[in-house]
Design a protein around this ligand. Structure first.
Ligand SMILES: [Zn+2]
Ligand SMILES: [Zn+2]
Length: 355
C-alpha cells in the first residue's frame, strides 16, 4: 500500500514536470496543454486555479487587443445590423432587451443571418469577415424573429401571398414558407427591375408544377375588401371592411391564384427594396443644408377618462386621436418628434403638421 502511494505520487510529480517542460520549450501545442488543465474533471474538482498557479499557464486566455480587427470592425458591422432593410425596430414600447444594464429597443432581423452575412460581404468588398465572427458581432438587441413577430411589411399583398405560400408548402408544392426565398425561385435576379416587373423573357411566366392530383379541393386564407350596408344613427351607410376569408377550391385554382399574385408580388417586393436603398442613400449623403423627414402614424388612440359611464362605450362618444410620429435627419444628427390630430389644438410642442 505504501509502495503504491509512493508510485502514484511519483507518477504525478513526474507528469507535472514533463508537462511544464513541454509547455516552456514549445510554442506549438501550448493551447492544447492549457486546454487540458481547464478540462471538465479539473473543473469538477475545482482545482483549475491550483493548476494554473502550478504551471503558470497563460495560453488560452483570450483578450481582445486594442485596435484588433474585430474592434475596428464592430462599428461598421453594428450599423449594418441596424440598417432598416436588415432589421426592423419593434413597435411595442415595452419590447426591449436589457443586457449588462444597457436597455435597448428590440430589432428583428428581416432575413437569416447567413443571408445578412452574404450581403455584408457583397457590399463591403474591402473587408474579409468570417461567418462566425459576423455572428459574434451581432448587437444583442438585433434578434432573429420569433414566431410572434410578423416577418412581412404586414400589407395585404404580403399577407395574402403568405397565406398562399403556407397552403402550397403544406401540399409540398413549395420547398419553403419564406417569401424572400420563394420570390427568388421566380426571378433570375431579384435586384433587376426587368425580372421583377415581368419584362424579362426568361422569368416572365410563373410556372408552378404540382405532383399531387391538382383537382383535389384545398383551403387557404385571403384578406378581402368588402362593402357592407350598416345602420348608423338610423341611416343606412355603406362601410368598407377588410375581412379574412377562408377560400375552398381546387389545388389548380390555388396554383392559378398564386401565379397571378406572384407577378404583382414581384413588383411590390422590388419597389420596397428599391425604396429602402434610395432612402438609405439619401440619409447617408445628406448635405449641411438638407433635412430628411420620415413620418408615420399610429391611428386610433382612444382618449380614456379615469371614470367612465357605461354609455361612453357606445357610439362616437370617445375622442380618437391619430398620433403622427416621425424622425428627422440632418447631417450627423437624428431627432424624433410626435404630433397629434383629433384634438382641438396640437398637444405636442415639437409638432410638425403634415396632412
Ligand atoms: Zn408588402
Ligand atoms: Zn429574369
Amino acid at each position: 500500500m505504501k509502495n503504491q502511494a509512493k508510485k502514484a505520487l511519483q507518477f504525478q510529480y513526474t507528469l507535472n514536470a514533463e508537462l511544464m517542460n513541454k509547455y516552456r520549450s514549445k510554442n506549438k501545442g501550448k493551447q492544447a496543454l492549457s486546454q487540458i488543465i481547464r478540462g471538465k474533471l479539473m473543473r469538477k474538482y475545482k482545482i483549475i486555479t491550483e493548476a494554473v498557479n502550478e504551471f503558470r499557464f497563460t495560453a488560452g486566455r483570450q483578450r481582445q487587443k486594442k485596435g484588433s480587427l474585430s474592434k475596428r470592425l464592430t462599428d461598421r458591422v453594428c450599423s449594418f445590423y441596424e440598417r432598416d432593410d436588415i432589421s426592423r425596430i419593434t413597435p411595442g414600447i415595452k419590447d426591449t432587451v436589457t443586457k449588462n444594464g444597457i436597455k435597448k429597443q428590440r430589432r428583428v432581423m428581416t432575413e437569416s443571418i447567413e443571408i445578412i452575412h452574404e450581403r455584408f460581404i457583397l457590399e463591403n468588398t474591402d473587408i474579409k469577415i468570417s461567418y462566425p465572427t459576423f455572428c459574434r458581432m451581432r448587437p444583442f438587441w438585433v434578434q432573429p424573429p420569433k414566431d410572434s413577430d410578423r416577418e412581412t411589411c404586414a400589407c395585404k399583398y404580403h399577407e395574402n401571398m403568405q397565406f398562399l405560400v403556407n397552403s402550397l408548402h403544406g401540399l409540398n408544392c413549395l420547398p419553403s414558407k419564406r417569401l424572400q426565398e420563394i420570390v427568388k425561385m421566380f426571378a433570375c435576379d431579384i435586384n433587376k427591375m426587368d425580372c421583377m416587373y415581368g419584362r424579362c423573357m426568361e422569368c416572365k411566366d410563373v410556372i408552378l408544377q404540382s405532383e399531387t392530383d391538382s383537382t383535389i379541393n384545398t383551403e387557404w386564407f385571403q384578406w378581402k375588401t368588402k362593402k357592407e350596408t350598416r345602420l348608423i344613427n338610423n341611416q343606412e351607410k355603406e362601410v368598407t371592411l377588410t375581412v379574412k376569408e377562408k377560400v375552398n377550391d381546387s389545388i389548380d385554382s390555388l396554383i392559378d391564384t398564386f401565379s397571378s399574385e406572384m407577378q404583382r408580388f414581384k413588383v411590390h417586393t422590388f419597389n420596397i427594396t428599391n425604396q429602402f436603398n434610395h432612402y438609405r442613400k439619401m440619409k447617408e449623403n445628406l448635405k449641411e443644408n438638407e433635412v430628411l423627414i420620415h413620418i408615420d402614424f399610429a391611428e386610433n388612440f382612444l382618449c380614456k377618462l379615469s371614470t367612465e359611464i357605461q354609455s361612453m362605450h357606445f357610439g362616437a362618444s370617445k375622442q380618437q386621436i391619430t398620433l403622427h410620429t416621425g424622425v428627422y435627419y440632418t447631417k450627423g444628427r437624428t431627432q424624433t418628434f410626435c404630433g397629434s390630430f383629433g384634438l382641438p389644438r396640437p398637444q405636442s410642442k415639437c409638432y410638425l403638421g403634415i396632412s
